[in-house]
Design a protein around this ligand. Structure first.
Ligand code: IVH
Length: 671
């Protein structure tokens, strides 16, 4: 196929993917299934991999993060980012309305208000020049923020290029970076199982994710953007907030689907009440609504105070809190052995949902709040899905209660628990803890991991009970125990044969799934993928030193330590060898030599501005190329930074292609 054909197809795919992103993220009305979308995406990935020169900086495949920064550059907002005055009652809102009417008077005609939810996240500004995403910054103190361009580029619902043929010369869109409640819960659950510190709420998680100097980490967080205003613009009509935000939406930037315009105050109040009533069914935390005077002209007449406009107000929702009684504190043991205390509560309705349990997270959390069995506590669902105990009403504490103490023995297997310095989690580290073994095996066999069918929870429990399975490798010995297994409940000849076939198939899973299946603390599917990509083989991963992990993109020090520790453990190594012996193939996953720069040899000379030597080398290797130290006829590219050495001369003599920093950045697709 001709190169022109590929170029056209890549451009077409990018367009299609952008279109479907818009349908999905902005209009919330997809035209194709997820699988069909994935197909388009995979085709583009493949094409770009085979032809790296086709990669463009705004390609949807480029949302994977850039090399880590030492510090965020600062960004001065050309128009300050203000905050909002608050009201909490209808009367206070009516006062605001009266004040606005007094300020604007009859001059500007009737007053229209817009109303939209107040999303609880982090304010940022996105800047598009001639339709292309140029930069982005946090609000900071309102005047100066931090440039978080690379991090925001990883957010999937932010378009890297605006839709339409005539984009404005300049468009600064302001909005909130948020995390859906469900995504937050899922993420925290994984962290809890991994014994990692939990995020207190979606807002904290959004803030923490946005402040990562390594955008590779941000790329793994489920961040979303929602626009609620504009900053500096050139080349768009400026009538009113409502009209402008709808234009912003047509450009492909998501805005709230709840944005509405009212002239009548009673209708507006009724709409506030409707949103208040529905707040729990929102995907995102909202802590109130924002009311703005629609017309920009009238906004200008009303004017601003030092930090907030006089033409807008946040009407905050009351927090959803109730009191109830702690009936019991149960300690659960997760797959990784982490002990998690859970409070059983006298059932109570909070914000329309019955709450009867609340995770107490860890020992420190209980200690801090001093929660005891018998206590009357305040529970809150402040928009959060997981109910949380806010505080104990100490005055109502019955006599004879005792401070909660974490058990010294595992509630499941009875072995002594361990505390690791610097970690909040208390863990059962026994190899024979049934709670962990069931969970570990169940995880090993799960869909995203080795995908072994026919191993339901009850079956796994029974196999452990009978002593057939003491570690994950023992699963592969099950085919040799046919007679005994057929005696078990729920196991007929047919299901046994299916299990055997499924076990056989599972021996050929790709490397990322095998890594994920091992159940290493903190290693979910995404991290497993990153590890597989970086190390290429299980053998190399097993032998890696702790410091080697810090060079793998997206792997932070906590996970690095955890993986290193996992592979330093003799028992774990024995299980892995046993797996190998029983026929599990340690296939090469996405080996680096399979990338778009496959087979290409690079020589680096001089100083690059945006990359250290090691970073540049890493990038090349991740894309499948390799770096050597001297130039020869076999060298494909010499990358020359500032003050290049004799290698550049040699490249010229031999006719080897020379790339300056720009050329290099283009080639690796990271502009
Ligand atoms: S408008 C001049 N609209 O609330 C008006 N802000 O206290 C500036 N926020 O920093 C903000 N949802 O982070 C506006 N629909 C919305 C909002 C919203 C959330 C946040 C934003 C801002 C803070 C103001």
């Amino acid at each position: 196929m001709g190169s022109n054909h590929n170029r056209l197809r890549a451009a077409e795919l990018r367009k299609l993917i952008e279109h479907h992103n818009y349908r999905y993220y902005v209009l919330d009305s997809p035209e194709i299934s997820d699988a069909e979308y994935d197909e388009l995406f995979d085709e583009l990935m493949r094409l770009e991999k085979e032809h790296p020169e086709l990669v463009t900086p705004d390609s949807p495949t480029q949302r994977i993060g850039a090399p880590p920064l030492a510090k965020f550059p600062s960004h001065k907002h050309s128009i300050p980012m203000m905050s909002l005055n608050k009201v909490t009652t209808r009367d206070e809102f009516l006062e605001f309305d009266k004040r606005v009417r007094g300020l604007i008077g009859g001059e500007g005609g009737p007053i229209e208000y817009t109303i939209e939810p107040k999303y609880d996240g982090l304010a940022v500004a996105l800047i598009y020049r001639n339709g292309v995403f140029e930069t982005a910054a946090t609000r900071g103190d309102g005047v100066t923020g931090e440039e978080v361009k690379e991090n925001l580029k990883t957010i999937k619902n932010i378009p890297l290029r605006l839709i339409g043929k005539n984009p404005p010369e300049l468009l600064e869109v302001r909005g909130e970076v948020i995390i859906a409640k469900a995504d937050f819960e899922k993420f925290n659950k994984q962290r809890s199982e991994a014994g990692l510190e939990l995020f207190a709420n979606p807002r904290n998680m959004a803030a923490g994710s946005l402040r990562q100097l390594d955008s590779g980490i941000t790329a793994q967080r489920p961040l979303r953007f929602i626009g609620y205003g504009i900053g500096e613009t050139k080349g768009i009509p400026l009538d009113g907030h409502f009209e402008t935000m709808n234009l912003v939406r047509r450009f492909g930037i998501p805005i709230s689907s709840y944005l509405k315009k009212f002239t009548n105050t009673d209708d507006l109040i009724a709409y506030y009440e409707r949103i208040l009533g529905e707040r729990d069914s929102f995907d995102f935390d909202i802590d109130g609504i924002v009311i703005k005077v629609n017309s920009y002209e009238q906004q200008a007449i009303a004017g601003v105070l030092s930090r907030s406009p006089r033409w807008a107000v946040a009407w905050k929702f009351p927090a959803v809190q109730k009191t109830t009684i702690v009936e019991k504190i149960e300690v659960q043991v997760g797959r990784t052995g982490t002990l998690t205390p859970v409070a059983h509560l006298k059932p109570v309705q909070v914000g329309g949902v019955t709450v009867s349990r609340s995770t107490l997270h860890n020992e420190q959390e209980i200690e801090r709040k001093d929660i005891r069995v018998g206590d009357t506590v305040v529970v809150q669902r402040a928009g959060d899905v997981i109910p949380e105990i806010v505080t104990v009403i100490v005055e109502k504490r019955p006599s004879g209660t005792r401070k909660f103490a974490m058990p010294e023995k595992c509630p499941v297997c009875g072995s002594a628990v361990q505390r690791v310095e610097g970690e909040v989690a208390v863990r059962c580290v026994s190899l024979y803890c049934k709670a962990q073994l069931v969970e570990k095996i169940f995880h090993f066999a799960s869909r995203g991991a080795m995908d072994i069918e026919g191993l339901g929870y009850k079956t796994v429990e029974a196999l452990i009970e009978k002593g057939f399975v003491k570690d994950v490798a023992d699963l592969y010995l099950l085919p040799t125990r046919k007679t005994e297994i057929l005696e078990m409940e729920r196991m007929g000849e047919k299901s046994f044969n299916n299990l055997v076939a499924s076990l056989e198939r599972s021996k050929k899973r790709e490397l990322p799934r095998l890594i994920f299946a091992l159940g290493i603390l903190g290693v979910g599917e995404t991290t497993a993928n990153l590890l597989a990509q970086h190390f290429g083989t299980l053998e190399r991963l097993m032998k890696a030193g702790e410091e080697e992990f810090s060079q793998a993109r997206g792997i932070g020090p906590v996970i690095a330590r955890s993986v290193y520790r996992f592979f330093s453990d003799k028992n774990n190594l024995a299980v892995i060898r046993k797996l190998e012996k029983l026929g599990v193939e340690f296939q090469e996953g996405e080996h680096p030599s399979e990338g778009p720069l496959k087979g290409k040899t690079f020589v680096l000379t001089g100083t690059l501005e945006a990359y250290t030597r090691t970073q540049a080398q890493k990038i090349i290797e991740q894309l499948g190329g390799h770096v050597t130290s001297s130039v020869s006829k076999k060298t494909d590219f010499v990358v020359a930074g500032a003050d290049p050495g004799s290698k550049l001369d040699k490249a010229r003599t031999l006719g080897v292609k020379v790339l300056d920093e720009n050329g290099f950045t283009k080639l690796v697709g990271r502009q």
